[in-house]
Design a protein around this ligand. Structure first.
Ligand code: GH3
Ligand code: MG
Length: 314
């Protein structure tokens, strides 16, 4: 989720008095920080507490503003930070260089407060709209949990993180049982409502802020659980199974139970260079299918042997 505090400003100028002046013009509306060199600006921009927008002086003794901007735009973590150049240089050549490097705007000193505030406000609004659109593009329209696109990106990121830190990563695949029969007998609207309530209950079962629930497709969902071993993931899977059961959604046409149930597949492994994230997913999918064939409304658990088998094509 995007928080208002994520929209801070960094003012960069080797002359502290200049930086102070801009800070004073903006601090009533934004959280403003200052940096007095290119190196310091890059360090703050690369930190966990990065600014949303940088007001960047061009002429600085060590790393100049153009170079700071070039580095910011070249790195994935910092490329989305909005950069506005502030300089005494008024030649169009300098402005052109700045804009071509990826800055969105260019202000010349002396900066007038109403102009500065208006430009910053406009660029912040654009930034917020872009962030909101991006966030929406990761949400499933029917159930409002994350979609497959978000899951795929998160799986890759968590796989790499797990590999770096040698921490286990778990996946729980979740599939509603006899869902076609539910649609056929109660109608698609009831099916949709069931998926909505089910997704909400599944998402509420997750405890850690790093856990993620996504709709994988149709009536299939997936939970991504970083830093979670097989035992921990099984506990989560059972919590989710019980949460769906507790909804008591009527399903008289299910051969498994009189209410809606789910089957789950659980897999966990510590990522290594020899293996890809897709293997973990296939492993969870495989044991989910086992749970289905063994009677549904149950949890399939991947054994270590299954993980070894995965080195062979399936
Ligand atoms: P199993 O227990 O083996 O999983 O049986 P199933 O009937 O759940 O599985 P199957 O793959 O045969 O059918 C899945 C059904 O889920 C068919 C499809 O129409 C329904 N479905 C998929 N997405 C949606 C949706 O967004 N809304 C509704 N109402 N139904 C959906
Ligand atoms: Mg199903």
């Amino acid at each position: 989720m995007i928080k208002e505090k994520d929209y801070g400003i960094l003012v960069v100028d080797d002359e502290p008095t200049n930086a102070r002046l801009l800070t004073c013009m903006l601090r009533d509306h934004y959280a403003v920080r200052e940096a007095y060199s290119g190196a310091e600006a890059l360090q703050i921009a690369r930190s966990d507490d990065k600014p949303a927008l940088i007001l960047l002086d061009v002429m600085m003794p060590d790393i100049d503003g153009f170079e700071v901007c070039r580095q910011l735009k070249a790195e994935n973590e910092t490329k989305d930070i909005t950069v506005i150049f502030v300089t005494t240089l008024s030649e169009s050549a300098a402005e052109e260089i700045g804009l071509n490097l990826g800055a969105v705007d260019y202000l010349t000193k002396p900066v007038r407060m109403p102009i500065l505030r208006a430009r910053v406000r406009n660029h912040m609004n654009l930034r917020k709209q872009a962030d909101m659109l991006e966030a929406l593009s990761y949400i499933d329209g029917l159930t409002h949990v994350y979609n497959r696109r978000r899951f795929d990106a998160a799986l890759l990121a968590e796989w790499q993180r797990g590999r770096r830190l040698s921490r286990p990563l778990a996946i729980v695949m979740i599939d509603f049982d006899h869902f076609k029969a539910l649609n056929d007998h109660y109608g698609h609207g009831t099916g949709d409502a069931c998926l909505q309530q089910g997704a909400t209950a599944l998402a509420a079962s997750l405890r850690r802020p790093t856990d993620l629930l996504a709709r994988y497709g149709g009536e299939e969902f997936v939970a991504l659980l970083p830093d979670t071993d097989l035992v921990g993931a099984c506990v989560m899977a059972e919590t989710m199974r019980q949460a769906i059961k507790a909804l008591r959604l009527r399903h008289e046409y299910s051969p498994t139970a009189s209410h809606v149930t789910i089957s789950l597949g659980v897999a966990s492994m510590t990522p290594t260079a020899a293996c890809e994230a897709q293997h973990l997913l296939q492993l969870a999918d495989r044991v989910l299918n086992q749970a289905k064939s063994e009677g549904r409304d149950r949890i399939g658990v991947a054994r270590l042997d299954d993980a070894i088998d995965m080195s062979w094509p399936i």
